[in-house]
Design a protein around this ligand. Sequence first.
Ligand code: PNW
Length: 448
Amino acid sequence: MFDPGFLWGAATSSYQIEGAITEDGRGPSIWDTFATTPGAVRGRDTGAIAADHYHRFPGDIALMAQLGLRAYRFSLAWPRIQPTGSGPANQRGLDFYRRLTDTLLDHGIQPWPTLYHWDLPQPLEDAGGWPVRDTAERFAEYAALAHEALGDRIARWTTLNEPWCSAFLGYATGRHAPGRREPAAAVRAAHHLLLGHGLASEAIRDSARVGITLNLTHVTPLSAEPADLDAARRIDGMQNRLFLDPLLRGAYPEDVLDDLGEVTGTGHVRDGDLKRIGAPLDYLGVNYYAPMLVAGSPTPAQSAYVGSPLTRVADGGRPKTAMGWEIDERGLVNLLLRLKDDYPAVPLYITENGAAFDDVVEQDGEREVVHDADRIAYLDGHLRACAEAIGHGVPLKGYFVWSLLDNFEWSFGYGPRFGIVHVDYATQRRTPKDSARWYAEVIRRGGL
Ligand code: PNW
């Protein structure tokens, strides 16, 4: 069961909702560049306007208060604060986040900012991006500026959102910005993201709590055949342990280093890096959407799983969301139990969980209503999974729905809708879906 202090929230990220990409001195990010590259994003959608949250944040926060949210997870756009990725802070950029956090606090909502949710300033990518070490140093400088300006109102900082996506979707598959297909660079990027986390934490830790958010999953082999078992070990290694082990055990997993050995050496890992990366975390943020069933494959494939071409993802035969992701809350129970067993003592928060479905928008007189029973079922099942895990002693302290608002779903553009609040992009009208009312009731009762 959920104790009274359990933190109930909802999440978004800067590029996905803010819009206003040239306002108040914001510089270009890699997502501005990528989204305007032909073929990169479905329907040629971009974040130029998005949900116009930059202008509509007061109304959005009033909505959050109506829903009874205790916390709001959002991200700071680095190119608003440092338009070129280095140098002094842009005061107008900082002012936006001051107004945002003040308004949240006025409504009794805890601001839960993430420093990096994928919008790298373009000039830093032009200088090499995350595959070069300097980007980690720049990130720490930016973190220090943000902390200096906003630290008086922020109790907890999250450094990175899903470094796996930044590294392997950004630099190996090219499905995310900056769209590079260089497996060896992706492995270096993963290390420099972790190093950036470590360096940024040093700038913050003395006066606030620091954590990181990872996209983790529960990996199961398709069968007990050796090829399937090996595929499961490799994919668990690349998706989960490559990040968990350095952060929570201070060392990269040996088997993963072996798998990666032929792709890239370890020359980019310097003495002292792992000590910084492995410094104690105040909490671990977990983003969970779906489990993974994996198998060995006789034909090599290029995938995000660099160094493991003889693997494939299998179909578990379960119902799927509009993203094609399988719905299985047992994966969340199993993941949380595994974290408790293998990485004990670190407090956990679900920093994202949710689903895209084809919502039914209906007109009820003047009013729009959005019926999303499948989203309610998804959230209900996964919250039950959280309660079960807590019952088994998992130190889970809070839960954030992804997402508060329908938004720019990266390379899928505005097609998939994850919000518990519907956004009519033509008018920017917000309509709480049935799931929003359901979630408000869960929060009010303090559980299911
Ligand atoms: C996460 N994948 O992204 C992000 O943190 C959110 O910004 C995003 O909107 C949400 O999940 C829903 O997609 C992911 O392909 C994007 O493995 C892609 C993957 C995983 C996570």
